[in-house]
Design a protein around this ligand. Structure first.
Ligand SMILES: [Zn+2]
Ligand SMILES: [Zn+2]
Length: 159
């Protein structure tokens, strides 16, 4: 399993490969670490976030959002050009081609487990089909919690 996260202490982006074989998650920047308990990983899959210990993870396609947007943009651009050349069949063909490519990529791309609290990404965990997808209510709960923590920190800093 590969772990992509931001260090909770120095905020640097970090990547750790084969975390299941290592007893700790370490930040190469500042030396922050968190031990991985045997119960944290079950059958090659994290039971909780390996960075912050949060129990809620959601499943997402490991598909960079900019790539999806770029493909949609290119599909529209090329088909508009074809329309301008009075080639509607080609224009529709181009749109359908991009839609198909998008679908194929979506099927081929693996899943990733994302932490609701710290957004760490747990890659190459298996198998994931049964894992719940994104839930707005849970997301909102963690967002509110982050706001409360932030306000509490600011209040503490003022004193
Ligand atoms: Zn660090
Ligand atoms: Zn986390």
């Amino acid at each position: 399993m590969q772990l992509v996260f931001r260090c909770p202490r120095c905020n640097h982006p970090q990547r750790a490969d084969e975390v299941e074989k290592s007893p700790v998650v370490v930040c190469a920047g500042c030396g922050w670490d968190r031990p991985i308990a045997p119960s944290d990983i079950e059958a090659g899959r994290p039971t909780r976030c390996l960075v912050c210990g949060c129990n809620d993870l959601w499943r997402q396609k490991d598909f960079p959002q900019y790539l999806g947007l770029l493909m949609v943009g290119m599909g529209i651009l090329f088909s508009t050009i074809a329309w301008a050349w009075m080639e509607p069949a080609i224009a529709i063909g181009i749109l359908m081609g991009f839609a198909l490519l998008d679908m194929v990529l979506f099927i081929v791309m693996p899943d990733v487990l994302v932490c609701y609290r710290c957004a760490s990404r747990h890659r190459h965990a298996s198998p994931l089909e049964s894992h719940p997808k994104f839930n707005l209510e849970v997301h909102e709960r963690y967002r509110q919690e982050a706001i409360r923590l932030d306000e509490a920190e600011k209040a503490a800093a003022k004193k």
